[in-house]
Structure formats: structure tokens, C-alpha cells
Design a protein around this ligand. Sequence first.
Ligand code: ZN
Length: 231
Amino acid sequence: MTVAKRLYELQQIDLDIQAKQEALGEIGRQLGESASLNEARLQLIAAEEHLAALTKQQREVEWELDDFGNNVKQLSEKLYAGKIKNPKELLGLEHEVGTLRSMLKQREDKLLDLMSEVEATQHRVRHEKEYLQKLELEWRQEQKILAQRQAEISGQLTGLQQGRQALASIIASEALGIYEGMKSRKAQVVVRVEQGMCQGCRLTLPMSEWQRAKAGNLVQCSSCGRILYLG
Ligand SMILES: [Zn+2]
């Protein structure tokens, strides 16, 4: 096997390692808390707080209604008991009962509005809860798959790194040095030669370079410096 071929294979492994590391990075970003899940939790809390406030308001109006009801009852009894003879006093009492009745009516209307709002909010809380449960379930499944994928890729990465180490150990250190030196600057350090052309820079190689490479020597393209691999 020529040095160029070994370097070419090393490059394939390095590209594979890079792809796996990027995949692991992406998984790392997806693992953990999710923004949509947090948002759904906040929505549920907001709906529950709104419901609690409405329920409290409803209770207060119910108490007020009880009070007004009792007052109207007492005044009405007084009014119709026939003990008050003074017309002015009777008129005043009638007026008071009338005012209380209209306030009672107001509170009743308010209670009806509140009850329908409570009902709508209960519906919203149920909906938010179901939505959150659905999201949590999906999230757990997704996290499980991601964790499995993470373990799988980590295993593959270890295998690739071991393979790389074994391959690198049988490549002459000078050739390895050239490859490593260029790796950070070029995506492809070792390139194929096709129809006499360097596939890195697309220039036709001088015959002498091509012949030296064909003879198994480590040859770098005189134009772009990449290591030539004849395949
Ligand atoms: Zn070239």
C-alpha cells in the first residue's frame, strides 16, 4: 500500500470522526430541557392562577349575594308585617328594599358572568394540562432516542479513533507530519488524480509529478500543495 493510499484512508477516517463529533454536538444541544415544554408549563401555571383568582371572586360574590338576600328578606318582612304606619317611613323602606333588590340583581348577573368565565377557564386548564402531558411524553421519547443515538455514535467514535491510531502508527512520520500540517487549512488534504488532473485545484499535473506519484512516491501538487492519490 502506498503512503498516499494510507493517508487517503486516514483522511476518510478523520472526516468520519469529524462528522460523528458534529452529530454528538448536535445531540448534546437537543438533550435536556426544551423551550416549548417550559412555555407549556408557564401557560398551565398562568391558567391555573387565573382560575384560582376567578374562583375566589366567585365565592366573594356568592357571600355578598347571601348578605343582600338576607337584608332584602328582613326588610321585606318588616315592610309587610304591617307594623309601620307612617307613610313616609313606609316609602323610605320601600325605596331601600328596591335599591337592595337592584343590587342583588347586579350581583346575580355578575355571578352568572363569573360562572361562565370559571367554566371557560376550567376548560382552558384541562386543555393546557393535556397539551403539556402530550409534549412531556413526546419529549421523553425523543430524549430516549437521543440518548441511544448518543451512546451508539460514541461507540462508533471510539472504534474510529482506535482505527485511526493503528493506521497512523504505520505511516511514516514525515508523511504524517505533512498531512497533519495541512489538515487544519484544507478540508481535503489528500486528493485523487483523475485524467491527469489534481482534484483539489483542477489543474493538470506535469507528467513528471504524475509519474513520481504513480511510482508510489509521496507527491504534493505543485500548484495547491495537496497530496496526490492515484487510487
Ligand atoms: Zn492541486
